[in-house]
Design a protein around this ligand. Sequence first.
Ligand SMILES: Cc1cc2nc3c(=O)[nH]c(=O)nc-3n(C[C@H](O)[C@H](O)[C@H](O)COP(=O)(O)OP(=O)(O)OC[C@H]3O[C@@H](n4cnc5c(N)ncnc54)[C@H](O)[C@@H]3O)c2cc1C
Length: 407
Amino acid sequence: MSFDADVIIVGGGLSGLSAGITAVREGLNVILLERGEYSGAKNVSGGRMYVHALKRLIPDALERAPLERPITKETFEIFCDKNRKLTFSFEEKDKKNSFSVLRSKFDRWLASEAENLGLLISYSTLVLNAYREGEGITLETNRGTLKAPLIIDASGVTSIVFRLLGLRRFTPDKWMLGVKEIIKTDVNLPENEGEVRTIVGAIKGVKGGGFVYTNKDTLSVGMAVTFDSLPKSEFPAKDLVEAFRERIGIEGEILEYSAHAIPYYGFKNLPPLYDKNLIAVGDSAGFLINDGFTIRGMDLAIGSGMIAGLAAKKIVESRNFSNTEVYYEMLKDSFVLKHLELAYNRFELINSPSTLSTYPEILCNVLSDMFTVEENRDTLINDVLYRLKEKGIPLSQAVRDLWKAVK
Ligand SMILES: Cc1cc2nc3c(=O)[nH]c(=O)nc-3n(C[C@H](O)[C@H](O)[C@H](O)COP(=O)(O)OP(=O)(O)OC[C@H]3O[C@@H](n4cnc5c(N)ncnc54)[C@H](O)[C@@H]3O)c2cc1C
């Protein structure tokens, strides 16, 4: 049977492009299929990218890529109730570890880098069906049929090829809903500074949180919440981001609105990452970290894409297309699976009902007591114990949870 390429990549987001760039550099014959008219047309991200993986993919990217601002200030806001909120900030000027990005610009730039390296990208090409045929996989698209012995599924959270081959179920219980607006506003910051605000508790009922990222002259404002908590939310999903923006006091012209699912499996529940002739990368593999401090999917997408490109070379050279486990072995040695494992305790903690509702309330109660002077006053530790007891949380559980948060 003749094939159209050594490798076909489905999806031209960060993971697919990173896989394509790496595989082409390794001398493979690669075709990438992207349903959008250009890369970035269909991609949604809140927009903070940790750039360690990008710098490995394109060493001079910080000088050339369309990055918005370096993130030099982190602010956490915990809304306890209508009248009380705890805020703290940490500033580190000159830090260049993460940047705000706008995906429509960034992915387009990365795609042009890939094309300059010789990656063949077919835009406006939607994969509609996939089946095994002979020694490979056949993909039916709106523009014709293509076959390859190795497919990299980089189609994002829907992991279309895995699903079409019956290797995955549709799993919204393992996804979060991400909603985002880009707001035109005055960003009163020097151009080498940027801020990320991480906000919990602003909208009651939802499990998840919100974010505000400063771009060059806009803000990315959004929320990531679990689907199962949406019925308990004080606002319907369609009004979530508007209500959130009002609550945190951000006004301005809405330039863009988008909504997208976000994988939310956690390290111990990851879906199958490989099969005969098939590899999953980025969101398609469920690689996302939401550990309460930050949402990270972009660096994991780039990292896993690069590993897939290197693994593809080994698989193609060996001509053993059943041996895709080589990809998993390489992943295990990489930051991708190591960081996902490190974040698992906090992932579990965030999923416990007390973390995002009861603990913030206890914290605010203790702080309120601290800053209230009456004739009756107790020690701080007695107050903490009292406030925990009031909410029915034994001290042993609080200590265990604290341990989980830092472990
Ligand atoms: C609201 C929100 C906020 C987020 N914030 C952050 C953040 O601040 N930092 C961070 O690191 N991560 C963040 N993430 C996660 C991050 O966006 C993802 O992890 C990342 O985009 C994954 O990249 P990917 O290439 O794997 O998938 P995607 O970016 O989803 O790319 C998949 C590509 O496949 C294409 N495709 C899909 N189906 C087909 C098909 N059938 N045929 C052809 N092409 C197809 C799509 O058009 C798309 O271009 C956020 C996500 C959301 C939704």
